[in-house]
Structure formats: C-alpha cells, structure tokens
Ligand binder design. Structure first.
Ligand code: ASP
Length: 437
C-alpha cells in the first residue's frame, strides 16, 4: 500500500458540506492515510475565518472588552458542524477548557491553534481516522525556532503507530509544552512535515483553486493551468506574488524529494498542479508562469568614477540594512547603481535613507522613481534557448510598454522587467500572449 498525505485548507473544511467532499476524496483512494487540516475558513466571501475569530477573542481580552459574543459564534459554528456531520466528540468539554485557558491568560498562539485542533478532532471522528495531536510532535526551541530533526523523528514515530490519522495543522509546541504556531497559512507546513515523516509518495494539498495558473486570472481571462512546475520555478513565482502555498511548505518535501500536488476540493477530478524537484524536460514549454507585483521604488545613484571607489556598494547597502529594508534587485552600470526596494518595506524611511546615502557616499545625483511594478517571466525552458529575451522585449515594445529595468538571474530561468505601475496589466497580457497563447 502506498502513502499519501492529504492536507485540506480552510475552505475545504469550512462546514459539513465541504467535509462531505473531503470524505469522498479520502474514500476514493486508500493511500490517503494521513490527513492534515486547517481551521474552518470562509463559507462565503463575507464570512469570517475561524482563526480570525479566535484571534479576535484574544484581542478583546487584551483590551478588557467582553469576548462572549465572539466566543459564542465560534462555538455555534463548531456545534453545527458536529451535528451536521453526525458525530459526537464532546465539544462542550473542549469549549470549557478553552474558556478556562482564555481566562487564565493563554497566549494568542494557543487561542488561534484551537481552530485547527477542533477541526482535526471533528474530521477524525467523521472519517473514522485516529486523531493525533501536533502538540509535542511539531517542536520549537525556547526562542521559537523550528526544530527540524526532532519534529521529523517524533512525527514518524507517533504516526507509525497509526495506520490512518488526522493531524491538526498550523501549530506545535515549545519545550515547556506551550503552543506555538507557524505564521499564517502554516497548516501547509505541517502537511509537508507529515509527508516527510511518513515518507509519503505524494503530498496532496487540497484547496479551492485548480492549482497554479500561468498568470493571474484577474489580469488574464481563463489563463492556462500549470500542470507541472519545479520547486525552483515555483519559488521565483511565489516570491513575485503567485501565492497558493505557504512558502516554507516547500522545504521539508523538497529535501525528501516528495512531489506536491495542488488539488481542488470542489473539482476533485482536475489533476491540479504537480510540483517536482526537477523541471519537466519532456515538455517543450518555454515559459512556465508569469507573476508580478506593483509598488516598488528605484533609488538610482550616480557618481563619477564610482566603479573605482572601493566599498561604495557595500556602504550604500549597509544603510538599507540599518533601516531593515530588503533589496530586491541591484542593477548597476559603470558609474551608476539602482536599488530596487518594495514601497511597503520602505516603511516611510525613504527621506532618512536618502540623507544617509548623501552623507556616506556623496553621490553626484540620486533619483527616486517610486511607481514601479516588477514582472517575472519564469521557465526552466528558457535556459539555453536563444531569442527568449528578444520575444519578450518585442512584445513589450509592441504593447507600447516602456521597460525601466531588466534583470536576468544567472540561472536563466527568470527574466524580471520593471515597468511603470500603470503599464503592469498591459505588460503581463503582452508577455502571456507572446509565450503562452
Ligand atoms: N488557520 C490558519 C490561518 O488561517 C492556518 C492555516 O489555515 O493554514 O492562517
């Protein structure tokens, strides 16, 4: 018998109707032996995620405002699920315990984690699987750093005693047993850790989209789905804004060479996207995906004889480091250097940073352009192929898009162009039409 780990996101476990789809998916393949769940998510667009409601309880307490109403909403949602699923998991006792802990000052992490915990308890009962708590298995040190080896060992040992189990995502414990969560969306990480621990054949990540798409459907109508993507391509695309999976979920399975299959709970026949360690060489595809984001700034610095001034770039970069502003790109000429940073991360520190640059490196000129969008065209198929840049730049030229910056990483799987914010959508359409359509 094979082993598959199936992780279901918030919308897949949002209510009993969604869970009935989960059950059909699990029953359709006996290899789906380990299931990781998120907390119930939104059932419709104006709905609340359980995790947000739980954080809200904690915020009420911190501000000395009664939290009973919010708590009631949470309990009622879980009660309705228990009833509609036709299971009995003694939720009332769980609610009493959570309330007691809330009253005695439990941390926000603990409170938030109860969404995943109760979701897993309900799902396990409904599927007839064992419930295995993540507490004590997914481990962090006192400083909150994730303990990779300890976790892997504990999870594989614990799960070897259960042929079929449901594990709550998103959290683990500090050495003293108190709860620590991953960052938001972190159930994806738990799924990946479980997959590695049980040496799964595949890590299925079930969500509410049919996998990755070649481009953002808000910009391109009905974009092609991406059937296969390598970890490296995915990393480039996710960094630029294509988000389906938590970024940190990739590492555990990548290390263990386990493919990830993104699937859609609402369309289980759709094959979704498979993420592999190596790019799919059998395909003649050039571009795998196009992603981008708006609102970057370029700080362009010029100084005569810059190229021969030792330590110039280092001094400029150390200023950004002091202000904790990450540098996205650093295109440079002989006597010029441009620093590309995200406006969000500039944290209004631009004026101070510019002053520091003036003071420390005395440039001849600094220009700031703060309306730039970056677009990454990613594909392992671009490697060693002539004419890719020519096609890309011609497409942008024909679409009357002015390119403000070009950066092609040495791996040759990514060409990044900087265009003005106002040209962002036009540029993506032009690139899509040139390579995909
Ligand atoms: N429930 C958590 C969140 O909303 C974690 C997750 O769903 O992955 O962020």
């Amino acid at each position: 018998m094979g082993v598959k780990v199936a992780k279901f996101g918030g919308s897949s476990v949002a209510d009993a109707i969604q869970l009935s789809k989960v059950k059909s998916i699990i029953e359709a393949d006996a290899d789906r032996r380990y299931v990781v769940v998120s907390a119930p998510g939104k059932r419709f667009s104006e709905d609340n995620k359980m995790t947000d409601l739980l954080y809200l309880c904690k915020t009420h307490i911190e501000h000395n405002v009664p939290y009973d109403q919010v708590f009631q909403v949470i309990c009622d949602r879980f009660r309705a699920m228990e009833m509609n699923l036709g299971v009995d998991v003694n939720l009332e006792m769980e609610f009493v315990k959570i309330r007691e802990n809330l009253e005695s000052g439990a941390s926000a992490d603990y409170v938030a984690s109860r969404g995943e915990y109760l979701s897993a308890v309900l799902t396990a009962a409904y599927l007839g699987y064992d419930f295995v708590d993540a507490a004590g298995l997914v481990q962090f040190d006192e400083k909150g750093r994730f303990l990779d080896e300890e976790t892997n060992e504990a999870l594989s040992k614990a799960l070897s005693e259960h042929e079929r189990a449901v594990i709550p995502g998103f959290f683990g414990t500090y050495p003293d047993g108190s709860i620590k969560t991953f960052s938001r969306g972190g159930s994806d990480i738990t799924g990946s850790l479980v997959a590695k621990a049980v040496k799964a054949d595949v890590y299925e990540n079930w969500t509410d989209v049919p996998g990755f798409l070649v481009a953002d459907p808000r910009i391109i109508k009905n974009p092609e789905p991406i059937k296969t993507v390598s970890y490296q391509e995915l990393r480039e695309l996710s960094y630029m804004g294509a988000s389906v999976l938590h970024e940190d979920a990739v590492y555990p399975v990548r290390e263990a060479n386990i493919p990830i299959n993104i699937r859609n709970t609402n369309d289980p026949e759709h094959p979704g996207t498979i993420i592999l360690s190596e790019p799919d060489r059998s395909s003649d595809r050039i571009v795998t995906g196009i992603a981008g984001s708006k609102d970057f700034s370029v700080i362009a610095i010029s100084k005569n004889m810059m190229a021969s001034e030792r330590g110039f770039i280092r001094r400029v970069l150390s200023i950004l480091e002091d202000y904790d502003v990450p540098v996205e790109h650093l295109p440079s000429g002989i006597d010029t250097i441009s620093i590309v940073v995200s406006n969000k991360k500039l944290n209004r520190a631009l004026d101070e940073i510019l002053e520091e640059i003036e003071r420390k490196v005395q440039p001849d000129k600094i220009d700031v352009f703060n309306n730039m969008a970056l677009i990454a065209t990613v594909g392992a198929g671009m490697t060693n192929r002539r004419g890719v840049s020519a096609t890309l730049f011609t497409a942008l030229y024909e679409a009357k898009v002015n390119i403000r910056m070009i950066d092609q990483g040495s791996s040759e799987i990514n060409i990044i162009v900087g265009v003005e914010n106002k040209d962002f959508e036009t540029a993506i359409k032009a690139i899509y039409n040139a390579f995909v359509k």
